[in-house]
Each structure stands twice: as C-alpha cells, then as structure tokens.
Write a protein that binds this ligand. Structure first.
Ligand SMILES: NC(=O)C1=CN([C@@H]2O[C@H](COP(=O)(O)OP(=O)(O)OC[C@H]3O[C@@H](n4cnc5c(N)ncnc54)[C@H](OP(=O)(O)O)[C@@H]3O)[C@@H](O)[C@H]2O)C=CC1
Ligand SMILES: O=C(O)C1=N[C@H](C(=O)O)C[C@H](O)C1
Length: 255
C-alpha cells in the first residue's frame, strides 16, 4: 500500500484526476477534496507519469482530445473506472472504447460532453422540441482558450436533434442560400447548422433556436462558473463503479 492510500479515510472512493492543473481539472480536485466520501489520491498533468494514478479506483479525465484516448485505454486495461469530460468523442472513438471494455466487463466508463445539470436538460428539451419545428440552428459561445470548435455539447445536441428530426420524418431545414462566404452558415453536423463564437468574458453558453410558421423557440443554457459542472462530475464519480460498460451522457444517471 502506498503512502497516499494509507491516508485515505475508511470507505472513501480513491479518485485520480488527469489534467489536474487545467481549468476543469483544478476545479475537480477542489470538489473531490471537499467531499467527505471521496479522496484525491492523484493529481496528474502533462509530463507526469500516468502510473501516479494507479492507486485510484476512479479516474476523472479533463485533458485534451489528443490525450484522452491513451488515458482511457490505460485506465480500462488496469481495471480503473473512468469519468470523462474531455471532448472529441466521435462515433468511431466510442466504438473503440466499447471494444476495450469488452475485454474488461468489470470496468465502468462515463463519458459526458457536458456535466452541467442545466446543460443536460437543455439537450433533452431540444431533442423533445425538434420534431415540432422545420428550422433549427445551434449557436454555442465559449471562452477563447477553448481548443475545439464546435463544442462537444453543440455536436451532441446537433446529433440528438438530427435523430429526432429523422424519426419524425422531417427533411432538411429550409435554406435558400446560394452564395456563401465559406463558414458563414456554420458547420453542418448531421444536417444541423452549428455556429461557434469565441470571446473573452464568456465561459460556456448555448442556444438552440427553433423556427416554424409565425413563431420561434429558443432554448438557452449558460455556465458562468466551472463549479456548475461539479455536481454532475461528482454524481458520475459516485455512480461509475456500479455501472460497468460505457455510459454516454449524464441522462441515465440523473434518472
Ligand atoms: N464535459 C464537461 O462538462 C466539460 C468538458 N470540458 C472539456 O474538458 C477538456 C479540458 O478543458 P479545460 O480544463 O478548459 O482545458 P485546459 O487546457 O485548461 O486543461 C487541460 C489540461 O490537461 C493537460 N494535459 C494535456 N495532455 C495531458 C496528458 N496526456 N495527461 C495529463 N494531462 C494532460 C493540459 O496540460 P497543457 O496545458 O500543458 O497541455 C492542461 O493542464 C476540454 O476538452 C473541454 O472541452 C470543459 C468543461 C466542461
Ligand atoms: O471547453 C469548455 O470550456 C467546455 N467544453 C465542453 C464542450 O465542448 O461542450 C462543455 C462546456 O461547453 C465547456
């Protein structure tokens, strides 16, 4: 047993954080430190050995899309449960994670594009509204130090909305644009236009704008502080050991 394991209060879940010196990772370290039933046993960042997290039962990853897959494989191979907030999860990446988990059916992984409870509800409400409106566009707004665009939340929302539209038999949203300066109509995610704004002063914000004859509906969520993500992260940390396999999104945990 290591010195760090010896310090863990009886029964507390041993948690390691990857990306611990980053904006989210540092907030997660504070949240874990502040929870009586959790113990922070490893704070790992760029340049540190992953083996520092070997004594963790649950690892939380807020690193970068470039780093997260290697981290996840390392966790799964060692039987360490993982809670992942890092973005960049394509369908192909999720399949890869399922493949690794097939060899370790005892391990749980929760991957959520957004741990904010309000953001999760925004996505659910958007999916519910989608079949009633012929037009839909997503506008996400973030701090300018964000590496990826569009955001993981916007990409996930677009996929949910596109799926709901397809199930309702809706075709493409009307759009007569013929001449376009490249990018003016945003990114096309499964047929849904997504616009990404980056500005100092913002943290994480999203609007889903629906339109039909004579009316629009705007569903908006704002995270003003990274503490907004912590109840969702801690919920996943507490739940993941009892959820073998891959859980995508926080919805199942909230229910
Ligand atoms: N799901 C959710 O609710 C949320 C998700 N996010 C996502 O989380 C991720 C991190 O965001 P944020 O905290 O703002 O980013 P930061 O850049 O502030 O933090 C990332 C940290 O990870 C470090 N890092 C990079 N590679 C590794 C590695 N291999 N091992 C360990 N640490 C590493 C970085 O170091 P260095 O800077 O030296 O490269 C940095 O300290 C992003 O993908 C973001 O979109 C953010 C907020 C909420
Ligand atoms: O980088 C961020 O800050 C955020 N990233 C996540 C995303 O890409 O959706 C979640 C939230 O929007 C904050």
């Amino acid at each position: 047993m290591t010195d760090e394991q010896e310090k863990v209060p009886g029964g507390a879940v041993r948690v390691g954080v990857l990306g611990a010196r980053g904006r989210m990772g540092a907030e997660v370290c504070r949240a874990v430190d502040g929870a009586d039933d959790l113990a922070l046993v490893a704070a790992v960042d760029q340049g540190d050995e992953l083996s520092a997290a070997a004594s963790a039962e649950v690892v939380v990853d807020f690193t970068t899309p470039d780093a997260v897959m290697d981290n996840l494989r390392w966790c799964i191979e060692r039987g360490v449960h993982a809670v992942v907030g890092t973005t960049g999860f394509t369908g192909q990446r999720l399949e890869q994670v399922r493949g690794w988990l097939a060899d370790r059916p005892d391990v749980g992984v929760v991957i959520a594009p957004n741990f904010g409870i309000g953001a999760v509800l925004m996505m659910q409400f958007a999916a519910r509204a989608a079949r009633h409106f012929e037009s839909v566009e997503i506008i996400e707004q973030h701090h300018p130090r964000k590496l990826d665009a569009p955001s993981g939340t916007a990409t996930h929302t677009a996929r949910l909305v596109a799926q709901a539209r397809a199930e309702a038999g809706l075709g493409p949203a009307p759009d007569a644009t013929r001449d376009e300066v490249s990018g003016a109509r945003g990114a096309d995610i499964d047929g849904v236009r997504v616009h990404a704004v980056r500005a100092t002063g913002l943290l994480a914000h999203q609007e889903v704008l629906f339109g039909t004859l004579g009316e629009t509906l705007t569903i908006r969520h704002d995270s003003y502080d990274r503490v907004s993500f912590m109840p969702g992260v801690l919920l996943a940390v507490r739940a993941v050991r009892q959820r073998p396999g891959l859980t995508v999104g926080l919805d199942a945990l909230l229910d």
